[in-house]
Design a protein around this ligand. Structure first.
Ligand SMILES: Nc1ncnc2c1ncn2[C@@H]1O[C@H](COP(=O)(O)OP(=O)(O)O)[C@@H](O)[C@H]1O
Ligand SMILES: [Mg+2]
Length: 385
């Protein structure tokens, strides 16, 4: 029997729309000999919808979801059960809306709440197999401060940076600005937990730095200030696998952007997503640089303990390589980086699902109860503490 796969898209995230694109691509390319896909759409207000019109991207453009209905997630026997919301009783034809059973969840989601371990926790706790990284790895991959700390502990090369809490900025403003300026302009200021370049700006002087910090603080309670490399090249590379069994994709170089890759550069200026004309694949880099990037990419994937497929982004300043970030659920799941390696989109999805199942079975091997009959022993001894 075919497995039912719930492709979850949307969510309360600034990358909501990007996720719709990724989800549609997965829906169009998933192997229908093995899987029965269903789109589950989490709207920006947090409502979960299912229905056939969610399978057509035009309905999202028009924001018309006619044959959909709201569901609530429930769990039974390691499956996700989508129950019709109790407030909706019957359909147009007087029939009851059915519940749906989902065997496996494919998370086509990007950004906070959905790529950061939050939704992963829902499935991990309820024993439902899901794709990509665990709660911990997803959370580490999303928080740029924690990510940098983890990368540092693996001796991965990073650009110079400092960070602070929004709540400290009022009281420690001078020392924070001092520390930031010590790095030296130009600086780049980022909210710690976002994505798609939202809330990121460059600063060439104190006024611009103050403005950039204000912008970043409106998005997050943790702010990073780092050295902005000029005339830098960006090189990205994806890694697929789990634990020590890893494969590396081709490297890409996004081209045609000005100061830094903005949201518009990434998704709007290209024809569909970041179009092929805006990427050079494979990247035109020397063999020894590519070799180092590949090694760093694998190290970064292992450092965060990722699963499935992740994209690691690098900054190349002359011959100096810096790890910029890891994306634990990359846009379009980086299918375009695997095609040149002879791996089709369909094969990539199959592999990601298999790796999700492997991670799930690994988790199931762990002992989760330890029977020492503590409560009865406590009663016998009369001690409660
Ligand atoms: N230290 C840096 N120097 C120069 N450009 C940078 C630096 N850090 C980031 N950028 C540019 O900003 C973009 C967004 O930054 P990034 O850290 O990747 O955040 P996001 O998670 O939003 O993608 C990058 O794609 C790159 O173009
Ligand atoms: Mg990035």
């Amino acid at each position: 029997m075919k497995k039912s796969v719930g492709i979850i898209i949307g969510g309360k995230s600034v990358e909501h729309e990007v996720s719709i694109i990724t989800g549609m691509q997965v829906f169009d390319n998933i192997d229908r000999n093995l899987y029965e896909p269903k789109i589950i759409y989490i709207q920006k207000d947090g409502k979960w919808l299912i229905g056939n019109c969610l399978h057509d991207i035009n309905n999202y453009k028009r924001k018309e979801f006619k044959d959909t209905y709201e569901v609530l997630p429930g769990f039974k026997n390691n499956k996700l059960i989508l129950y019709p919301h109790p407030e909706i009783k019957t359909s147009f034809f007087g029939k009851k809306y059915p519940a749906h059973e989902i065997d496996m969840v494919f998370l086509a989601l990007h950004g906070t709440n959905v790529e950061d371990g939050a939704i992963q926790g829902l499935f991990q706790m309820n024993g439902v197999p899901f794709t990509f990284s665990s709660v911990l790895s997803s959370a580490v991959g999303m928080d740029k401060v924690v990510m940098k700390k983890v990368f540092q502990s693996y001796n991965l090369p990073l650009v110079e940076y400092m960070w602070f809490y929004r709540s400290s900025f009022e009281d420690e403003r001078d020392s924070i600005l001092n520390e930031a300026e010590k790095i030296g302009y130009p600086l780049i200021v980022k909210p710690a937990n976002l994505g798609s370049s939202v809330g990121i700006s460059k600063a060439n002087n104190l006024n611009e730095l103050l403005f950039a910090i204000e912008v970043a603080m409106s998005y997050d309670r943790k702010v990073i200030v780092e050295k902005c490399l000029e005339n830098v090249r960006e090189i990205n590379c994806a890694v697929m696998g789990y634990e020590n069994d890893l494969e590396v994709s081709l490297c890409e170089e996004p081209v045609g952007w000005k100061e830094f890759l903005t949201y518009e550069d990434k998704y709007i200026n290209g024809k569909k997503g970041l179009s092929q004309s805006k990427r050079r694949i494979p990247a035109d880099i020397e063999e020894n640089i590519e070799e180092q990037i590949i090694n760093y990419a694998k190290e970064a994937f292992k450092a965060v303990d990722c699963c499935g497929n992740a994209r690691i982004d690098f900054l190349l300043d002359g011959n100096n390589i810096f790890v910029n970030e890891i994306n634990t659920i990359p846009g379009s799941i980086s299918f375009y980086l695997w095609e040149g390696k002879g791996i089709t989109f369909k094969q990539l999805i199959n592999k990601i699902i298999e790796l999700g199942e492997l991670q799930h079975s690994q988790r199931n091997m762990n002992i989760v109860s330890y029977d020492i009959d503590l409560l009865n022993k406590m009663r016998a001894s009369g001690k409660h503490k």
